[in-house]
Each structure stands twice: as structure tokens, then as C-alpha cells.
Design a protein around this ligand. Structure first.
Ligand code: NDP
Length: 332
């Protein structure tokens, strides 16, 4: 089995990734936390045999891979250390706080000959893949518009650094818009060119930290995509739609961590549900990553995908700040 170290005693690892690694046949060897006691308790709760506060001690445990899920400002140094130790990296999104840092992470992994993946879960969803297949298969004709509905309510237990700590890379754009960016790129097979966005402070985010956003992205082929993301809406539904010259493909309830949702195809012959076989998104992500380590295929989202998706999120923030259209320039 692939030997994994978990960097960060986090909610996402506890709720999804530790189980996903095990289900994909991997072995969780150790967890790193900055706090010895919390790390020990976390290891015990999650059946992990070992905990440490020291990244080099973790990297010294004959690991094949690390899953980096700390707060966003820590991802870069931890990735560079793993690359230097020859350990493969599956890193959470957003990869870093700046594009230069994210590019440096990708370059370091490449130079060290280790595989790097970004844990953009949504492209692993059966719903999202069904939408992508419908678009790529020409079932809606020429794609003209996309709409992303990803306004949610940030659970009380997670109302910490994400809405309070600018130094940790807080705000809904770096948290959720970055996922929309990756999902749109995946579904459309096109790269974003520019974006306009307005951010909102709806009462949850701390000083200067946005908790809602709406925007429009122009893609390479001329397609326009609108997105709506928030931490503050308790009763909104999620979705992803692509509207083309000959049809529309409509994902309902699909912008989520859970393997749920429906996909409808509407065209001249009426409306029907596309077949979607539910599958755990995170198990699929880990499986693709582990396969890539064996030389079979690539991670579902690569390090480069992480950079490109961040570039759109950062451009949305720039547009909101300047009141102008901002260019998306990943610099890869
Ligand atoms: P958490 O808020 O659960 O944890 C972040 C850090 O906070 C941990 O590394 C931990 O430090 C510290 N911490 C955790 N619990 C406590 C506590 N009780 N008291 C004090 N400190 C604590 O992070 P998330 O799981 O929400 O997010 C982690 C990363 O994963 C982020 O980069 C996020 O963007 C990403 N993410 C990705 C998702 C996806 O689907 N792809 C979904 C959710 C998050 P230490 O490790 O030092 O103990």
C-alpha cells in the first residue's frame, strides 16, 4: 500500500480524506499537528498509529506521499519540504496565497521528480463528469454560457480562520470560487481569459474579508460563465449549468462534497435525466493520485490545475478591488 502522512489535524482529513485513503488501499502512517496533545488525540480518534509536531520527523517515516491540508499559508513551505525529501504531494486548495508561491510549489515538485496533485474534489464527481461528457460529446451543440451556483452556509464549526484570518488565506473567493474555477475549466475544456466580480460582506466575514461574491468569466472560446459563491446562505441550492446552441445540461445539487445530485439534458427532444452512478469523490481523487504514482495516468487535478484555478480566483479578487475587468494570468 501507498504510505501516507497527513499534514494538518483538520476537519477535511477527518471527515473525508483519511477514510478515502484507506478505501483506496493506502495506509495512513502518521499525522502532523502543531499541537502535540491535539495531534495525539486526533491520531487516537482516527486510528492513526503515530502523531508528530515535526514535519521532518513525519517525512522521515519512509512515506510515499503526504496529504497537505493545513491552512493555506502553510501549504507552500510544507510542499517544498516534502519535495526535497522525495515525497509525493497531494495538496489542498488553494495551493498558496500568491501565484508566484503556487508556481514555485509546482516547479519544486517537478525538479524533485515527485508527483503533485491538487485536491479539487468536484472534477471527481459523477455529476460533474456527466456534464463534461455531455459538453465534450456535442450533446448541447456549441457551448455558449455556464452558470455556477455555489452559495452555501459555512458550518458553525468552520467559522474560524476562513472568515477571520486574512493571513491564512481567508475569504469565500479563495475557498469556493477556486473550486468553481477548476470545475468550469474541467467541464468546458477551455481556459478563462478574464473576469469581473463584485464581492460582498454579508455579516459573517471579519474585517475586509468577503463572504459572498458574484462574477462573470470570459473563456477562451468566447463562452461566458457566471458564478455565485457565499458562506452566508442557509437555504440556497447548488448547481452547474451549461447552455449551448442545441441544448442545455443542468446539474442540480452537484456542487458539494457528497456524491449526490442529478443531471438533466434538455434539447429539442425534451428533457431527460442522464445516468449518474454515485461514487465517493475523495476516493476517486486518492485512487487517481495513487495510480499516478505507479505511472498510470495523472492526478485528477495536477499542480498546474491548482495554479490555473487560483489564477482565476485571484483575478476575481483583483476585479472586485479595482472595479475593472481583470485578466487571468497563471504565468505557467
Ligand atoms: P480546519 O479548520 O479543520 O483545520 C485547519 C488547522 O486548524 C489545522 O491544521 C489545525 O492545526 C488547526 N485546528 C484544527 N482544529 C483545531 C482546534 N480545535 N483548535 C485549534 N486549532 C485547530 O481546516 P479544514 O479542514 O476546514 O481545511 C483545511 C484545508 O483543506 C484548507 O486548505 C481548505 O481550503 C481545504 N479544504 C478542502 C476541501 C475540499 O473539498 N477540497 C474541503 C475543506 C477544506 P494543526 O494541524 O497544527 O493541528
Amino acid at each position: 500500500p501507498v504510505r501516507w502522512g497527513i499534514v494538518g489535524a483538520t476537519t477535511i482529513a477527518r471527515e473525508w480524506m483519511i477514510g478515502a485513503i484507506r478505501e483506496a488501499g493506502g495506509d495512513v502512517v502518521s499525522v502532523m499537528s502543531s499541537d502535540a496533545e491535539r495531534g495525539r488525540a486526533y491520531a487516537a480518534e482516527n486510528g492513526i498509529p503515530d502523531a508528530t509536531t515535526d514535519l521532518s520527523a513525519l517525512l522521515g517515516k519512509d512515506l510515499d506521499a503526504v496529504y497537505i491540508a493545513t491552512t493555506n499559508e502553510k501549504h507552500k513551505d510544507q510542499t517544498l519540504a516534502a519535495a526535497k525529501a522525495g515525497v509525493h504531494v497531494l495538496c489542498e486548495k488553494p495551493l498558496a496565497l500568491t501565484l508566484a508561491d503556487a508556481r514555485e510549489m509546482v516547479a519544486a515538485c517537478r525538479a524533485a521528480g515527485v508527483t503533485m496533485g491538487t485536491n479539487h474534489h468536484l472534477r471527481n464527481a459523477s455529476t460533474i463528469r456527466a456534464i463534461r461528457d455531455a459538453v465534450a460529446g456535442g450533446r448541447i451543440g456549441k457551448p455558449l454560457f455556464a452558470r455556477v451556483f455555489h452559495a452555501v452556509y459555512l458550518p458553525v464549526g468552520l467559522q474560524g480562520w476562513r472568515i477571520k484570518d486574512a493571513g491564512a488565506g481567508s475569504g469565500v473567493v479563495m475557498d469556493i470560487t477556486v473550486h468553481d474555477a477548476d470545475t468550469l475549466r474541467f467541464v468546458l475544456g477551455e481556459e478563462p481569459v478574464s473576469v469581473t466580480a463584485f464581492t460582498q460582506q454579508g455579516g459573517m466575514g471579519g474585517d475586509g474579508i468577503e463572504d459572498g461574491v458574484m462574477g462573470v468569466v470570459r473563456f477562451g472560446g468566447g463562452l461566458l460563465a457566471q458564478f455565485h459563491d457565499a458562506f452566508t446562505t442557509k437555504y440556497a441550492t447548488t448547481g452547474l449549468e451549461v447552455h449551448g446552441s442545441d441544448g442545455s445540461v443542468i446539474g442540480i445539487g452537484c456542487m458539494t462534497q457528497k456524491p449526490t445530485g442529478d443531471v438533466l439534458l434538455r434539447d429539442a427532444s425534451g428533457e431527460r435525466k442522464l445516468e449518474v452512478v454515485p461514487e465517493n469523490l475523495y476516493v476517486r481523487s486518492v485512487t487517481a493520485f495513487q495510480n499516478a504514482l505507479r505511472g498510470e495516468g495523472r492526478p485528477a487535478a495536477t499542480g498546474e490545475d491548482g495554479v490555473r484555478s487560483m489564477a482565476l480566483a485571484l483575478a476575481a479578487l483583483e476585479s472586485a478591488r479595482t472595479g475593472r475587468e481583470a485578466m487571468v494570468e497563471p504565468g505557467l
